[in-house]
Design a protein around this ligand. Structure first.
Ligand SMILES: Cc1cc2nc3c(=O)[nH]c(=O)nc-3n(C[C@H](O)[C@H](O)[C@H](O)COP(=O)(O)OP(=O)(O)OC[C@H]3O[C@@H](n4cnc5c(N)ncnc54)[C@H](O)[C@@H]3O)c2cc1C
Length: 429
């Protein structure tokens, strides 16, 4: 059993300190419950800016925030760094890699991970971007391959080291493609004058007939126009079927050669063993009622990307975005405070956006679509506002202003974690 204070209060255990879990833990301040937050990392990650870390535009430390700092001085919130592995419902316990944790109420907020749709070969060779370490890995690969390209005499080999294929034309794929195209335009000629930036091809492959399928048609079209203007080759109606680390195969028989394929084509809920089978829905999400109670389980709730809630306006569940996760958490905190006396949850869409490059962004508000410089500024400030930590906000803002004024980024370091002789530890270091 993991050591936790027995305060005589009912215990709410929250698994996952992402947008949903962290907001809930913060909102339950002085609620009369003991709150225990469990996460496999000791920091919160701001996923919407992963692409800027991957493209060497931001330091990883400016988009993550340590949980312990957030809960300093709080006597009713306890954080433990563990990976939760199973739910034991009859005994109201969680099994983790360190030991057992008892709960009175359990909130599942583990989010989602990359979905390779069962394609083992793609999973083995593609680069996902669902954690800050994966974003850092991508940054290292891009920079390392450019260094190799510089030394390569064979033009075909050089091309494969420089080219990049991005699969998935949702916000992540579009933002990565745009940032990469800007890196090619502004950074490559300065850092690698011996390389011909024109040789670097960037392909964005999307299975549907539109980019940004979750947004308006106008935004999808505009994003495509922006990307093509930046020299990205956009291929719609293109289903990727295989990748062996060198050749990308598509359903229509086309092939693309590149040593790097970024997979942004789908996510899969991080459900756990021990949960009722009947609650599992498409994308491994967990069906909840309009109060976030898990179908077929007592005292268990799911929020954020992992939760699947049908309501009249969203018969196929809510979109898996930060705003939804935050609203879920806000509702559930009120639900606990009011002992379940609340109207059913209803998601209020506040709009969506995607940033393609400097002064190039699209924004959809419930009754309004706009684009260009103003949309870009709105995007920057929405992200700044959502970021946790005043220092992070300042650092990110300064970085953006610097990049905007000088067309340059300062973080092109290849820093690899070096593994010393292996010694087992429950908390990975
Ligand atoms: C690259 C990228 C870009 C995005 N851009 C945008 C955007 O621009 N706008 C937008 O609105 N949304 C965006 N999203 C989506 C948004 O980030 C998610 O909707 C949001 O993070 C969901 O919040 P969550 O709390 O449900 O899960 P997450 O934020 O994913 O948090 C889950 C937490 O659970 C922890 N965890 C998982 N499994 C376990 C376990 N077994 N044990 C312990 N801890 C565990 C994880 O460490 C993590 O801290 C983006 C996502 C990605 C990946």
């Amino acid at each position: 059993m993991i050591n936790l204070p027995e305060t005589g209060q009912e215990r709410i255990v929250i698994v996952g300190g992402g947008f949903a879990g962290l907001k809930l833990a913060r909102k339950l301040r002085n609620s009369g419950y003991q709150v225990v937050l469990l996460d496999k990392n000791n920091f919160h990650q701001f996923q919407p800016l992963f692409y800027q870390v991957a493209m060497a535009g931001l330091e990883p430390s400016s988009i993550v925030f340590p949980f312990r700092k957030l809960f300093q001085g709080r006597k009713d919130v306890f954080f433990r760094i563990v990976e939760v592995r199973e739910v034991d419902r009859p005994n109201k316990q969680l099994h983790t890699n360190v030991g057992i944790v008892n709960y009175d109420h359990l909130v599942l907020a583990m989010g989602a991970d990359t979905n390779f749709f069962g394609n083992e070969a793609i999973a083995e060779h593609a680069i996902p971007m669902k954690s800050v370490s994966e974003a850092l890995f991508l940054r290292n690969r891009i920079l390392a391959d450019l260094e190799l390209a510089l030394m390569e005499r064979d033009a075909g080999e050089r091309q494969k080291l420089m080219d990049m294929v991005i699969v998935g034309g949702g916000p992540t794929g579009v933002e990565v493609a745009g940032a990469l195209a800007e890196m090619r335009k502004y950074v490559l000629p300065k850092d690698y004058p011996e390389l011909n930036a024109e040789e670097m091809d960037i392909f964005l492959l999307e299975g549907l007939d539109q980019l940004l399928a979750g947004m308006s048609e106008a935004s999808g079209k505009q994003a495509r126009e922006y990307l093509e203007g930046l020299g990205v080759v956009v291929k719609l109606n293109t289903m990727v079927t295989g990748y062996d680390g060198e050749t990308v195969q598509t359903q229509s028989g086309d092939a693309f050669k590149a040593y790097k394929l970024i997979w942004a084509a789908g996510i899969r809920g991080n459900a756990l063993p021990g949960l009722p089978e009947e609650a599992l829905r498409r994308g491994n999400r967990l069906q909840v009622d309009r109060h976030f109670r898990l179908e077929g389980a007592e005292h268990i709730y799911a929020i954020g990307d992992l939760a699947y809630m049908e309501e009249p306006d969203y018969p196929e569940g809510h979109p898996q975005v930060a705003q939804v996760a935050l609203q879920h958490a806000d509702y559930l905190s009120r639900w606990f405070r009011k002992d379940g006396q609340l109207e059913p949850f209803h998601y209020k869409d506040k709009g969506s956006m995607a940033t393609i490059g400097r002064s190039k962004a699209v924004v959809d508000l419930p009754r309004l679509h706009f684009r260009g410089f103003f949309a870009w500024i709105v995007g920057l400030f929405v992200h700044l506002f959502q970021l946790i930590g005043a220092k992070n906000k300042v650092f990110v803002f300064i970085n953006w202003v610097w990049n905007y004024l000088f067309y340059d980024q300062s973080l092109r370091l290849i820093i690899r974690a070096k593994e010393p002789k292996k010694k087992e530890t429950k908390v990975p270091v």
